[in-house]
Design a protein around this ligand. Structure first.
Ligand code: ADP
Ligand code: MG
Length: 862
């Protein structure tokens, strides 16, 4: 156990997988935690300090599946292997325990196994370091080799988390990670900046880190942290990584965490991936392409040239259908080159990983052939990165068996006639097997036992198995040695058989060893091309993302937006891609225009609940994300002046499902907009001021609207249920009131989902109550109260002081006609205080029961 305690002391934060024969065993608290997490039996072994030691284990051959479950549950696992072959050890040192060493620490952010990764998503390790006035961030994906850094203000960390969705975070313990706290790794010790720069330069074989761009001290420290951590988890080995690349924030559309959450770009509010922007536009054919497309959507550009370059790629593909068809055929068979390469570079690659590289090279060559003629710049760049020199491809195809066995040693991985020596060992092994078959016939005849068999036995090697009836007679023969009795017979050997057994074992071992050598040779041949392979993998991923975009545009309902340097914003017949696809089949999505030209850049949208306000708002924000990601947009035409910062907010009342949105959060987020938005921003605000009393809320919404219109002067869409705000149009020249068109039909409301200029005449809340199933009598009563309130409270007039605003809670001046009785009065008071706009259907129902309760006693006494 001393070995176990030593290994455990080195890795106190990880479960220790301790290799014992064919099992990985866990002890003490590790065993208890793992048994519970994996639902496997907890047993005991020996004693420690007088109490039994809890133990559990998983078989080595199935370890990957158990590892996957532990990692997904947030465990980290240290793997201690046997460093010598127990069989190969001489008798002399039979007393000393087999030497074991931790060969790898498996953590969520450093895995490379297919079973531990999501194919279409990056798996990022993020390191953070404090620097003067900002945070240095570095993130890398061990499974693909990506390595990037950025200097970010601390306030923008949540946005970075939202964009990267890191699997694991290395951060100083005094840096709060909030919602991402469960991804935190044990606290690392940062190196001083100079040393960090030195280590990075050394790791990438350059004399100065500046060779790769300019890094702040924070970025360099964070990058060194990430690198050291990876090295530690791989027991000293470093996977192939791209050179660290500092990402300026200049060319990127800024979106904070709240905006990302509200727009549901790669994850919906409930954490799902189905109803997201990504899901609605993803037409990629490979996992690598999916990862690239995700990167485009989570970090849209803010530089028109770069945006146009992406647009040109898919426009060309759209216009060259034949080439695109050939490209798609090639991509359909493309393996995940980047991830296979990462495993190979860590010496963890199996035959299938090399086969993936072989097939990847074929794909790359086919993709290069598909793209002919003069190409737009970005496409040309991608094509140029697809390697044409196929010496490696040829070598791999000659060498590798197809299909490949999952592991080396399972079955032959190397084709016969690729390596003469391997063939010779195999021939010897297989020859001996033929001799064996002949020997079995001989023995059967010689000893007159027809059912005699030669079989291979795990401990005894090759033996003769004879049936019970023959055992007595065979025991008499001097050349046969009895090795083992069985229920229905016995096992014997002969000197001849033992000799053959040894020769077969030796030949098989020599063949296996030679196969490992040949394999290692192929691995180094592949690694010599690692950079070219990685670039080709990147290029294929880019081509896949581009063809995915072209696919959208092929439908004819998605279009190439004109992205300009000015502050234009004109969408004709835009649609919300996610709502549209969710509706598909049930109802048609109603397209809407949106014009935020500079003389009308503030669009105020009123209308009842469920009319489509939130959908319209987000739809326009999503169009900006898509356009600046370089993708087509769901609209007839779109002209968008490049947006520097995008803000999208949901009012507290609409975000209750998240359980964290209090009025305070809503106001904090509003403050962030007012501080950060500039004239080139787009602000989309939904139902601001709902989380507080009507009067308060209206006042706040009013003031925010004024600030956006007159001080910040950004393009704005502002949805509100305070239809009174529409009257501000008289004082704010660039404000254009719009409303969701609603039709009254046979006494109920029908939502047309059409945005029209003008103001909503009234709130319609009463009608929504009716739709929700509030009984007719209550609805009728609410309608008459409403008209009383409107008459006496008076509508808001331009320039009126806040005190004159109508207030639902105000007592109507005309006492409504009642049937008398205190219960009914109580009902009136309750009813007057209701704000149906703010209710969920559930609340409406609860209220209804309460109202009924108020009424009941009166009914009984009358
Ligand atoms: P609001 O914010 O006004 O309460 P939402 O935007 O949440 O309304 O829309 C409510 C529902 O109406 C949506 O879930 C969708 O089913 C439907 N809807 C919204 N906009 C449209 C549209 N343009 N065309 C068709 N259906 C729509
Ligand atoms: Mg809404």
């Amino acid at each position: 156990m001393a070995q176990w305690f030593a290994a455990k002391a080195d890795h106190p934060n990880a479960l220790l997988f301790f290799r014992m024969g064919d099992f990985y065993e866990m002890f003490f608290a590790d065993a208890e935690a793992a048994a519970a997490a994996l639902d496997i039996a907890l047993t005991q072994r020996g004693e420690h300090d007088g109490t039994p030691i809890p133990m559990c284990g998983v078989p080595q051959h199935a370890a990957d599946a158990y590892l996957a479950r532990l990692i997904r549950r947030g465990f980290r696992v240290a793997i201690a292997e046997q460093m010598e072959d127990p069989k190969a050890r001489g008798k002399a040192n039979g007393k000393t325990p087999i030497r074991r060493e931790v060969v790898r620490l498996v953590t969520p952010g450093t895995v490379t196994e297919e079973s531990l990764l999501e194919a279409g998503r990056s798996n990022l390790l993020l390191a953070l370091a404090q620097d003067r006035g900002h945070i240095g961030a570095a993130w890398l994906d061990v499974s693909t080799g990506l390595f990037e850094t950025m200097a970010v203000p601390q306030a923008e960390l949540p946005s970075l988390f939202g964009r990267l969705e890191p699997a694991e975070i290395l951060a100083p313990s005094n840096l709060a990670l909030d919602e991402w706290a469960d991804r935190r790794a044990p606290e690392p010790v940062p190196s001083p900046p100079l040393i960090a720069r030195r280590r990075l330069a050394d790791a990438f074989g350059v004399s100065e880190l500046e060779a790769f761009g300019s890094f702040t001290d924070g970025e360099a420290v964070a990058a060194a942290l990430a690198l050291d951590y990876v090295r530690a988890t791989q027991a000293g080995a470093l996977p192939r990584l791209a050179r660290p690349s500092p990402q300026g924030r200049a060319g990127v559309l800024a979106m904070d965490a709240a905006t990302r959450a509200s727009l549901e770009i790669q994850r919906s509010r409930d954490g799902g991936v189905q109803y997201t922007l990504l899901a609605s536009v993803q037409r990629t054919l490979t996992s690598a392409g999916a990862r690239t497309l995700t990167g485009w959507l989570t970090a849209p550009l803010a530089d028109t040239q770069a945006i146009t370059a992406r647009q040109d790629m898919w426009s060309w593909l759209l216009a060259n259908a034949d080439a695109t068809a050939r490209l798609r055929t090639a991509l359909r068979t493309a393996p995940d080159i980047a991830r296979a390469l990462a495993r190979v570079s860590l010496n963890r690659g199996g035959p299938r990983d090399l086969a993936a590289l072989r097939d990847g090279l074929v794909t790359a060559a086919a993709a290069a052939r598909a793209l002919e003629g003069p190409l737009p710049e970005a496409l040309e760049k991608a094509r140029a990165a697809l390697p044409i020199d196929s010496a490696l491809a040829r070598q791999l195809s000659l060498a590798l068996e197809d299909p490949s066995p999952p592991r080396l040693g399972d079955a032959s991985a190397i084709r016969s006639s690729f390596d003469g020596e391997l063939d010779a060992h195999r021939a010897l092994r297989d020859d001996s097997r033929r001799v064996l078959a002949k020997l079995q016939l001989d023995y059967a005849q010689r000893y007159g036992v027809a059912s005699l068999k030669i079989r291979h036995h795990a401990q005894l090697g090759y033996v003769i198995e004879a049936p019970a009836a023959a055992v007595e007679r065979l025991r008499e023969l001097p050349e046969l040695t009895l090795r083992q009795g069985m229920a229905n017979g016995a096992r014997f050997t002969t000197p001849e058989l033992s000799d053959l057994d040894r020769r077969i074992a030796e030949a098989a071992e020599r063949a296996a060893a030679r196969e490992r050598t040949v394999f290692a040779h192929l691995v180094s041949a592949a690694l010599a091309e690692a950079d070219t392979l990685a670039k080709a993998a990147d290029a294929l991923a880019t081509l896949d993302a581009a063809q995915s975009a072209a696919r959208l545009a092929e439908s004819g309902t998605w279009t190439r937006p004109v992205v300009t340097q000015d502050e234009a914003f004109l969408i004709k017949s835009g649609r919300h891609p996610v709502v549209e696809s969710a509706l598909s089949g049930q109802a048609a999505f109603v397209p809407n225009h949106c014009d935020l030209s500079s003389d009308r850049r503030v669009l105020l949208l009123t209308g009842p609940n469920m009319a489509g306000k939130s959908t319209f708002l987000r739809q326009n924000a999503l169009l900006v994300v898509l356009a600046q990601a370089g993708l087509p947009v769901p609209a007839e035409t779109a002209r968008i002046g490049v947006v520097d910062r995008l803000f999208s907010r949901v009012g507290a009342a609409d975000d209750l499902a998240r359980g964290r949105s209090t009025f305070m959060v809503e106001m904090t987020e509003t403050a962030a907009i007012l501080h950060q938005a500039g004239p080139r921003s787009l602000v989309v605000v939904d139902e601001i001021g709902r989380g507080t009393a009507t009067m308060d809320g209206l006042a706040i919404a009013w003031a925010v609207l004024e600030a956006l219109h007159s001080a910040i002067r950004c393009r704005t869409i502002f949805a509100t249920h305070f239809h009174e705000l529409a009257e501000l149009a008289a004082r704010l020249p660039r404000l254009r009131p719009h409303t969701m068109r609603v039709k009254e039909w046979k006494g109920t409301v029908v939502f047309l989902h059409e945005v029209a200029e003008g103001a909503a005449g009234r709130s319609w809340g009463v009608h929504v109550a009716e739709l929700a199933g509030v009984p007719a009598a209550v609805v009728r009563r609410a309608a008459s109260l409403l008209s009383a309130l409107e008459k006496h409270g008076g509508l808001l007039t331009a320039g009126a002081p806040l005190g004159a605003l109508p207030l639902f809670a105000a007592t109507p001046q005309t006492e409504p006609e009642t049937s008398g009785g205190t219960a009914t009065d109580g009902l009136m008071v309750e009813l007057a205080a209701l704000d149906p706009d703010k209710m969920t259907p559930r609340e409406a129902l609860d209220t209804l029961y309460r109202l009924k309760g108020l009424l009941l006693p009166a009914d009984e006494t009358s």
